[in-house]
Design a protein around this ligand. Structure first.
Ligand code: F6R
Length: 624
């Protein structure tokens, strides 16, 4: 099977997605599920599905496409029954096809499941279940859940549905929010949570479960938050929360949600950009759940390439620039980061059958990136893709692609997709280093461990530095111009910080590798000129100190992003932002980009601009 089809066929996992379920005391559930899924569509819109229980039978409607498109064909409202579940999907691996749309069922069609999350051990569980005779009709990880429940009930017919779900959950590794219905107990929904969000809504008409509050906010503002490791039984006008581990009951009263519907979509944040900055610990956790064999496939192509071009625009180009350091330092693979808009002029004639192009694009639709990729493809080069949108043009053109699993990014300025790109590229560089025998097992283990800690590091930066950065934004918002400088891999981080500030706060900003300053740009420096230095404690540290001193001697105001407790740079800086210690140099662009994203965001607010909609810019740039 060609590699691309293999990827499509094998990997169907979804990260973001929206789930909804309701038990109504009267009336049909389907129209409410439909309208609630519409309010969750910002979480994904690749496919949609609804399952409803009526007179002990379950009916399902599902298809690929946006909710309105699927509704036009199937009339999602036309399903009788007062209990039901629904799903809107954001594919992260594999094609957004009807067979992979939720809900999914067991062999008998009596157990029906919707899911948001990633089941990491699904391949093992799937082969175990297949050996026991279970027939799977999709390639998703989700489908193992109804079969696990079916198997639990087969092995022990005394179990009730809640016990069978509880037993099945104990076999699952990964993240999930499930909603499950069954004809065996047609008066209830069972839902459960680990890491993926789940919240209940309550009113006199019924009980609801959803990925997010906006799903039911028009019906009720009484909500119950469900925590990791909890299972809930929803029945008419009631809910019972239990611990998955031991089945013990937990009492939790509803709270009143004061958000407007618009605020709820942004989870209480005033803008999508800040919501997406805050989401990064979660999105990074997801990129770390990438199945090894996708990374291995890409690594194989990179390993056999004669020359590798990393092609992208804007923020995605900065991820490529950082990746060129990762590939070189870890795997000893020289790569060429190229602005996609320059690729044809620079390499269009020389790219050939021995070249490999790794195109990086959040949207997968950027015209310049696609033009570069098309040119390379026509000249028989191998095209690999890294994108956040499965089903985008880039995934169709690429021989092999990987999804960055960030969920939809709505703010125009890229934030969470950038750090996810970096995380995947770092994983690729590590795999390649291992394949080529360029790093020892000990180094590999340490780097993998450190990579695993990055989501928590990012979380602690947001928690501990956000207020301080807000103050810095106030202090520097009226500056006429900024420098952003770094050395080594931090050059890429500095480039990204400069782009963020420029595009949303409209402050002209200049960025170049710090060593270049004395070759010209330093002539701009005068008293009070703000210079942001990105300076992790890596091999460049000493030289960066020299660069800081050069700037300081000419009156620059130094704002340094430093490793926690770095007294040397603290003493030279006017202001500093601290990042936790011990991050290997090749991984620093991920955490060190966070303060720069926050600085840009709060500076835009200080200046009265809407960071979600910067002037003259679009989320997907489809013109050359
Ligand atoms: C900046 C930004 C843009 C994009 C660029 C490429 O915040 O979002 O610079 O990075 O337009 O877009 P994609 O990654 O969709 O190819």
């Amino acid at each position: 099977m060609p590699v691309k089809e293999q990827l499509i066929a094998e990997g169907l996992r979804q990260k973001m997605c929206g789930i909804f379920g309701c038990v109504l005391s009267e009336g049909n559930a389907a129209p409410l599920i439909h309208s609630s899924l519409k309010r969750l569509e910002y979480r994904g819109y690749d496919s949609v599905g609804i399952a409803v229980l009526n007179n002990g039978k379950i009916s399902i409607k599902k298809d690929q496409g946006k909710i309105d498109e699927v509704h036009k064909i199937h009339n999602l409202d036309d399903l009788p029954g007062n209990i039901g579940i629904g799903h809107t999907r954001w594919a992260t691996h594999g094609a957004p096809l009807k067979i992979n749309s939720h809900p999914h069922t067991d062999c008998s069609g009596e157990i029906v499941v919707v899911h948001n999350g990633i089941i990491e051990n699904f391949l093992d569980l799937k082969s175990e279940l297949q050996n026991l005779g279970h027939i799977f009709s999709s390639k998703t990880d989700t489908e193992i859940m109804p079969h696990l429940i079916e198997e639990a009930l087969k092995q022990n017919p005394q179990l009730n549905i809640q016990q069978a779900v509880q037993q099945s959950l104990k076999r699952i590794e990964g993240s999930y929010a499930f909603a499950i219905i069954s004809t065996r107990e047609p008066d209830k929904i069972i839902c459960a949570r680990n890491e993926s969000p789940l919240v209940l809504g309550i009113n006199h008409k019924g009980v609801f479960c959803a990925s997010d509050i906006p799903a039911f906010l028009e019906v009720t503002n009484k909500a119950v938050m469900i925590n990791n490791g909890e299972l809930v039984i929803l029945t008419n006008q009631d809910y019972e929360i239990k611990k998955i581990s031991d089945g013990s009951t937990i009492t939790r009263e509803p709270i009143s949600i004061e958000w407007t519907a618009e605020m709820a979509v942004k989870q209480g944040h005033p803008h999508f950009m800040i919501k997406e900055i805050h989401e990064q610990p979660e999105t990074l956790r997801n990129t770390l759940r990438m199945q090894d064999h996708y990374l291995d496939l890409l690594t194989t192509f990179l390993d056999r390439a004669n020359e590798v071009f990393l092609v992208a625009c804007g923020t995605s180009y900065h991820a490529c620039l950082a990746a060129s350091y990762m590939f070189s330092k870890l795997a000893f693979l020289p790569t060429y980061p190229v602005y996609a808009s320059e690729f044809l002029e620079q390499h269009g004639k020389s790219v050939n059958i021995d070249s490999t192009i790794l195109a990086v694009s959040q949207s997968g639709e950027t015209a310049d990136t696609l033009a570069a990729v098309n040119c390379a493809q026509q000249r028989a080069a191998t095209v690999l893709g890294l994108t956040n949108v499965i089903g985008s043009s880039l995934t169709r053109i690429s021989r092999v692609y990987i999804g960055t699993q960030s969920g939809p990014e709505i703010g125009v300025a890229a934030t969470k997709t950038f750090t996810s790109q970096l995380s995947v590229l770092a994983q690729l560089a590590l795999k390649l280093a291992k394949k080529r025998g360029k790093i020892s097992q000990d180094e590999m283990d340490t780097l993998e461990e450190k990579l695993g800690q990055i989501p928590e590091v990012v979380n602690s930066i947001v928690t501990s530095q956000e207020q301080k950065i807000q103050q810095l934004a106030k202090k520097y918002a009226n500056s006429k111009v900024f420098f952003f400088l770094g050395r080594g891999i931090s050059t890429a981080t500095a480039f990204e910080g400069r782009l963020k500030l420029m595009e949303i706060a409209y402050i002209p900003s200049i960025s170049f590798p710090a060593g270049e300053s004395k070759h010209g740009p330093i002539s701009l420096i005068e008293n009070g000129f703000p210079v942001v230095f990105v300076c992790p404690k890596d091999d460049t540290h000493k030289t960066v100190i020299g660069n800081i001193m050069e700037m300081k001697a000419r009156g620059a105001h130094i704002i340094a992003v430093i490793e926690e407790g770095d007294q040397d740079i603290k003493s030279l800086s006017d202001d500093y932002i601290e990042v936790p210690k011990g991050i290997p140099s090749v991984l620093t662009p991920i955490p060190y980009a966070i303060p720069l994203q926050l600085l840009a965001y709060y500076t835009a607010l200080e200046k009265g601009f809407n960071p979600d909609m910067p002037r003259n810019l679009a989320k997907s740039v489809t013109v050359k």
